[in-house]
Structures are given as structure tokens and as C-alpha cells.
Ligand binder design. Sequence first.
Ligand code: SF4
Length: 324
Amino acid sequence: MTPFSFERAEKASASAGVRYLGGGTNLIDLMKLEIERPERLVDVSRLPGDIRESDGAILIGASVTNAALSADPLIRERYAMLSTALLSGATQQLRNKATTGGNFLQRTRCHYFYDTARACNKREPGSGCDALDGHNRFHAILGASEHCIAVHPSDMAVAMAALDAEVRTITADGEGRTIPATDLLRLPGDAPERDHVLDDGELIVEVRLPANPPARQLYRKVRDRASYAFAVVSIAVALDVEDNVMKNVRIALGGVAHKPWRADKAERALEGAFVDASVFAQAADAELQDAVGRGDNDFKIPLVRRLIITALRDVTDLSKEHSA
Ligand code: SF4
């Protein structure tokens, strides 16, 4: 491991040139592999952080652990799919360590990224991407580039994207800003080494969940084994149904792109439509019209189509005998 300085933050402040340590469940592994080589590490995991209500919205401190967030009564009652998403990730031991801020900023689990003998533009810009013609079963089908086809591994961030969460930060110049969770992480484009839009030293301090989320919520994860596995694909759906008409439809997909993929084409196809299996299929097809497989991951396209349809069927209580 490359030598680094270590300090524990006494209060939330941002400084250029530092890396922040939350639970360390990903960053420490990357440092051991020398894929991450911070010179100055600041532990922010013990900064005060809680979960509180403000004008109906929920404010979550960045240091709140995934375990605490998933178990919070307010989250379980009003944002149930966020609790489900958190509980589907990792293990209880890891959820006890992983933080809300750190979960957003965890890095891809593309195996070529972790194998320093292989070409990876994310690890070493300009070196190439061995996943393009390699083992790419877990890789992206939406929003990828010829420079990187990695996916973001978080479950939590998918639910946050569908719930219109906002991330609040402080920057190294002492200012702060609010970033929609859907905009925090980036698509790879020609700079896959940049996972997110945060500036040097910018620190996530809080996440805000808006008041009055849709009443019907569902998070579903398809994975290779029942626990301790990243999503092959996943979906977060929130909507209301009034007089058999869908409203406030919000859908995000996981395991399909470099960031949680807000399915806005599907949302537009569903908003204001009657609950109907044929509409679900049209919405799935609209969202996937630009999907591209890379060989091993071709199966994800029909899998995501079925996932969207069955998730919508279940969240709207449309009986199976009426589905297409
Ligand atoms: Fe690296 Fe991205 Fe290619 Fe994986 S997909 S090898 S992370 S550039």
C-alpha cells in the first residue's frame, strides 16, 4: 500500500487534494491493490449524522450507515423500496460499516478494473478496455461508450434515483451545492476515470428525500445468488394508481449503465395511462430501444424487459391472468 497521511475529521469541512473515508468497504480494498493511492485520507465516518424529518422531507446524514438507514422506521414506512434496496446489498457486517455518502461513491466491480495486469481506461486513462471484447456478462447495455462499458454497483443509489433524492455537498471553497441523485454519477463518455461530478475535495454531507413519495413502491434485484451478490440487473419503481390510472411514475434501473439509469422513456409511456399489461410492454420497449449488448451481456436486454413488465405488474397489483 502506498504511504498516506491519515486524520479523523472533527467537523464537516472540505479540502482540495484529500480523499474521504466512509466505511472503507471499497476504498480500502482499492488502496491495497494500489488502484487508489490517496496521499491524504480523511476519515469522515464518525461525523455526526442522523435521519430526521423536515417539512415532510427526510434528511439523512452522509455518515449514516446502510444498516441504520434500512432499519429506520420513517424509511421503512414511507420509502420502503430504499430499505429493500439497502437490505439487498452486501452483508449485515458490511452494511454496518458502509455509509450513505460512501455507497454513492463506490466504484465499479468490473473485474478488469481490479486486475492491474489488464487494460482499463477507468484505472489508467488511454490504456484501453479489455471488457469490450472480454468477459462482459455484467456490463452495461445503456449509455456506455467505446471507452468503458462498466456499470455502477449500488442498490441504494438506484432507489435514491427513483425517489428523486438530492445530494447536498460542501466544496473546498466553503460553498455548498445540491445535486439531484440522478446527476451525481456520470456516464463514461471519453472520461471513464471520472465516476461522478464532484469537484476535487467536495464532500457529501447530506441526502434529502422529498416529501410525499408515491405510495406504491418496489425494488427488485436479479442476482446470481440469494445474498452477497451485486445486481445482474435491478429495478426501483414508485407510482400512484388512481381510478386505475398510473401517476407520479418513477423508475430507475440498476446493473445496466455507468450510473443508476432513470427510465424516463418508460415513465412517459406510463404516466397517465391505464394499468394494462400491453402498456407495460410498450414502456419497456421504449426504454430499451437504444440498448446494446456486447456479447456475454446480450441476455440483459430481454431480462430487463421482463423485469420492467413484472415489476409494474406487481406494483400495480395487476393480476397475472390479465398480463400479456
Ligand atoms: Fe475498465 Fe470500464 Fe473497461 Fe471495465 S469496462 S475494463 S472499468 S474501462
